[in-house]
Ligand binder design. Structure first.
Ligand SMILES: NC(=O)c1ccc[n+]([C@@H]2O[C@H](COP(=O)([O-])OP(=O)(O)OC[C@H]3O[C@@H](n4cnc5c(N)ncnc54)[C@H](O)[C@@H]3O)[C@@H](O)[C@H]2O)c1
Length: 339
């Protein structure tokens, strides 16, 4: 049986991936190492926590002792690194944790992989490493021009992983995906924030004029792309993973309100994010030519996502208090409570 070490498996994409791979590959066991930061939530995997093929380790990817112990005890064949600090707005306020986890954490995992040997190290990177593009789409060999501390630290981890392929022959593949959406996403990110605010009849804080463009990828499609790349990708290569759904933030906002039957008056324009990239766009022909394509259409997957938040208040209500509430009020300069 193959052992996959999945880091950050208690976060949004990681937890969807753990569930996906256990379901798709009966010959695979999963070790999930997660620090359980504010974004890591054991409830994301409560349905599989008793699965014999699943083990959780509470640990920090920057800690070489814990990581070394996992490699010695579990001997992973494949490492898939999801663990990261991920929220651009938080990276603008306090970049330190981003540089630590998204660069030094990758280094710690690469060193252990080099020392103990793995058949593949897959670094989950992001389209944000390319920076903004007004027209056209980025290909994998285009230059990286990251512009936030988040994207710059992800670019550091991305290129560090590549350097271990070139310098030490470590089998490394890098994926760069666009904006994911789906169940279990921490409600500071645009879609879950807007859906849950709308459900609570709170304002939807839209940055600037709402015309910034992102490509949207359903999280299950991201998961299937990673499984596909593990099987079919080539070492040393980078693969863009997109959903071919470029939309302005304001268009998504209208779709959410329409789906929930809520009034457009909930839209509240707020001061733009500092250094807000205007548009991200990926050319995914390399991965398409290899044989992968997304299975979900945006309208259907968005409806499924909105309905998930609607039926899972018990998941997001406890999150939207405490730390979240303090962050929200300070960041958007909007009162969170509407009582
Ligand atoms: N969500 C997206 O739209 C998107 C798009 C492209 C790429 N990505 C990449 O996918 C990965 C997962 O993103 P996400 O949206 O699920 O993030 P998330 O913030 O929801 O989850 C991150 C997880 O990493 C864990 N973590 C953070 N620091 C850690 C550390 N030092 N040691 C161990 N665990 C730690 C957290 O506890 C959490 O469970 C990230 O690498 C991100 O850059 C995400």
């Amino acid at each position: 049986m193959k052992t996959c070490l999945i880091t950050g498996g208690s976060g949004f994409v990681g937890s969807n991936f753990v569930r996906h791979i256990l379901h798709k590959d009966s010959d695979c066991r999963v070790i999930n190492v997660d620090k359980l930061t504010y974004a890591g939530n054991p409830a994301n995997l409560c349905d599989i926590e008793n699965d014999d093929r699943y083990t959780f380790v509470h640990g920090d990817i920057c800690d070489p002792e814990i990581i070394g112990e996992i490699f010695r005890n579990e001997k992973p064949d494949v490492v898939i690194n999801f663990a990261a600090e991920t929220h651009v707005d938080r990276s603008i306020g306090s970049p330190d944790d981003f540089i630590r986890t998204d660069v030094f954490g990758v280094f710690t995992l690469l060193e252990a992989s080099k020392q103990y040997g793995v058949s593949l190290f897959l670094q989950v990177s992001t389209d944000e490493v390319y920076g903004s593009i007004d027209e056209g789409s980025f290909q994998e060999h285009d230059q990286l021009l990251p512009s936030s501390p988040y994207s710059a630290s992800k670019a550091g981890g991305d290129r560090l992983a590549y350097s271990y392929y070139v310098t030490y022959n470590l089998p490394v593949i890098i994926t760069r995906a666009s904006n994911n959406y789906g169940p279990n996403q921490y409600p500071e990110k645009l879609i879950p924030l807007f859906v849950t605010n709308a459900l609570e009849n709170r304002p939807l804080p839209v940055y600037g004029d709402g015309k910034n463009v992102r490509d949207w990828l359903f999280v299950n499609d991201h998961c299937s792309a990673i499984v596909f790349i593990i099987k079919n990708g080539e070492n040393g290569e980078v693969y863009n993973v997109g959903g071919s759904n470029e939309l302005m933030n304001i268009e998504i906002t209208h779709s959410i309100l329409e789906h929930l039957g809520k009034d457009e008056e909930l839209i509240q324009y707020v001061e733009d994010r500092k250094g807000h990239d205007f548009r991200y766009s990926l050319d995914c022909s390399k991965l398409r030519q290899l044989g992968w394509e997304p299975e979900h259409s945006f309208p259907e997957a968005l409806a499924e996502t909105v309905d998930w938040y609607k039926s899972n208040e018990k998941w997001w209500k406890p999150i939207k208090s405490g730390e979240f509430r303090n962050y929200y009020e300070k960041h958007y300069k909007l009162p969170y409570a509407n009582e």
